[in-house]
Design a protein. Structure first.
Length: 494
RNA sequence: GCAGGCGUAGCUCAGUUGGUUAGAGCGCUGGUCUGUGGAACCAGAGGUCGGUGGUUCAAGUCCACCCGCCUGUACCA
């Protein structure tokens, strides 16, 4: 007699189920972010979670299959569709499609889930929420500077105090110029950028190894390096640890590089852009929150100039006390080529996204987000099993008065104790009881569960029961709604 | 992908040098119990010991491969 094999209930990795407390926290975060974004003049626009893969620019080079890392499938026309991996690429598609109807510069915001098929980790999910703002059609650096200020204001609106986060700014053109000037081969530039990006995580020694022959990590795994020569490594590590234009020569070769860097079009333009952003930041009074950081790389695909990243400076630890690295909780930059892919004309654009899910995970771990959930409904207990209709009437009266309420729907044979236990687990503010005694006097008993919960520490059971009895009171049947309303008001600020 | 660690009930875990019918606590369901939340007592449900193959008289235990999870690392628009 083989039993039917039971299906294993399991959640795919990198995805999470979310309970009432987490949903409430997200709602509060989203609302706080929305207020700031609207204050900056952005208007809401939403696009769907699915786009044509080519609109996202996500085909593998020289293949007609989508890139790994993005969830893709074919529809019945055999056209490739993908789940969006950020909110920027779909916005570019939207702008291109509605270009003639939009007032430029077009400033909009949106939030929603995005999807990445990557290895998950702490604060890294395969479905996660982003909150994004973009200014399309504005070439000026003022638009980029504003993104940095928006990022800072948003962090503070989320309750992260000044000094506990930093907005870092860099410009892709600078490192491009540096690499060209010191003669990094084109095919090695990607490796170099990846190495530079790891400075804050692995430290300068590891980065130098990655720029040179390679590095072996703690588990013994070896990562191939970029194979630069010692002088190139020296120059790069100086650049990424200081301001690029502060490099001091140690040899004629470095002197030549410095001179060339000053004349390099890309680097020159990058420095000029950073100075413009700096000026805006200073004028607006944000220089204590926004900082130039020559190691910010921000992915590799569509950014063309300024890039920004928001980092939490608070140290996070997991439940076992081990430090956890969350990486950036937001980022963005200028993507002057993204919209023009769809159009015959250049369309400059810049944007910024908050990683809501990652930030929430970090704040939860820091204990900055309450685990506390919203209060549950008032629970009307079933005392006399044959009077369920009466109890239902009370529930309806409470609901009609806009009070969350429910009838005890469990096994009605459960005695009062069991029903109160249920109400307690639901987080009910109070329970309504009407047994024969109350009924005879046209009364109902309201038991204040929040008050009673405070008594849980009492050791002596008799004493405990006595105190519990004091946390309840009888009212006339027709005063039920009014009395419950008063009780809820009493607990409102607790 | 690579390296290491770990997989026994819904959860946390025990299980001896390989030895009968794989256990505990918590939780769950029912009962003691139709007048009060934290309790107590009783009963019950819940396991192909991650999977497959091998060694053996005998495998939760030993071996191989696979799968999954965790950590590091790589990739990360």
């Amino acid at each position: 007699m083989a039993k039917p094999s039971k299906l294993k209930a399991r959640l795919p990795r990198g995805l999470t189920d979310r309970g009432p407390a987490e949903i409430a926290a997200t709602r509060h975060m989203v609302e706080a972010i929305r207020v700031v974004f609207e204050r900056y003049g952005f208007e809401p626009v939403e696009t769907p979670a699915i786009e044509y893969t080519d609109a996202l620019g996500k085909f593998l080079p020289d293949q007609d299959r989508p890139n790994e890392g993005v969830f893709s499938f074919q529809d019945d026309d055999e056209q490739w569709l993908s789940l969006r991996y950020d909110l920027t690429a779909p916005l570019a598609r939207y702008v291109a499609e509605n270009f003639q109807n939009l007032a430029l510069p077009y400033r909009s915001y949106r939030y929603g889930y995005v999807y990445r098929n990557e290895k998950p980790g702490p604060g890294r999910f395969r479905q996660f929420m982003q909150f994004d703002a973009d200014t399309v059609g504005a070439p000026t650096m003022a638009a980029d500077a504003e993104m940095c200020m928006l990022a800072a204001d948003t962090m503070e609106a989320l309750g992260i105090p000044r000094g506990s986060y930093v907005v870092k700014v860099n410009n892709r053109k600078v490192l491009d110029g540096v690499m060209n000037v010191i003669g990094v081969l084109v095919e090695k530039q990607l490796t170099v950028l990846r190495a530079v990006d790891k400075l804050d995580r692995l430290g300068i020694d590891a980065v130098r190894q990655l720029l040179g022959p390679g590095r072996k990590d703690d588990s013994g795994d070896f990562t191939q390096g970029a194979g630069l020569d010692p002088l190139q490594i020296e120059y790069l590590s100086t650049v990424i640890q200081h301001q690029p234009n502060l490099v001091v020569g140690k040899s004629t070769e470095v002197d030549t590089w410095n001179k060339n860097l000053e004349e390099n079009e890309s680097a020159k333009s990058g420095f000029a852009e950073m100075r413009e952003i700096e000026a805006s930041i200073l004028a607006a009074g944000y220089s204590d929150r926004v900082r130039i950081d020559p190691t910010v790389i921000r992915g590799l695909e569509y950014y063309t100039g300024p890039v920004f990243e928001v980092e939490l400076l608070l140290e996070t630890k997991d439940e076992k006390g081990r430090p956890v690295r969350f990486g950036s909780v937001g980022g963005g930059g200028r993507y002057d080529g993204l919209v023009s892919r769809f159009m015959g004309q250049p369309v400059p654009a810049t944007g910024f996204s908050i990683g809501v899910s990652r930030l929430q995970a970090a704040l939860t771990m820091l204990g900055k987000l309450g685990e506390k959930r919203e209060p549950g409904p008032v629970v009307v207990t079933v005392f006399d099993r044959d009077r369920i209709a009466d109890y239902q009437r009370m529930v309806s009266a409470l609901r009609a008065a806009d009070i969350r309420a429910e009838l005890y729907l469990g096994n009605p044979k459960n005695n009062l104790g069991g029903q109160l236990k249920y109400a307690d687990k639901r987080g009910a503010p109070c329970a309504i009881i009407q047994g024969g005694d109350e009924k005879a006097r046209n009364e109902v008993t309201i038991k204040d569960l929040m008050l009673g919960a405070a008594l849980a520490g009492i050791e002596d059971r008799a004493e405990y029961l006595k105190k519990q009895a004091e946390a309840q009171f009888a009212v006339k049947e027709d005063a039920l709604v009014e009395e419950v309303r008063k009780l809820l008001a009493r607990h409102k600020d607790v």
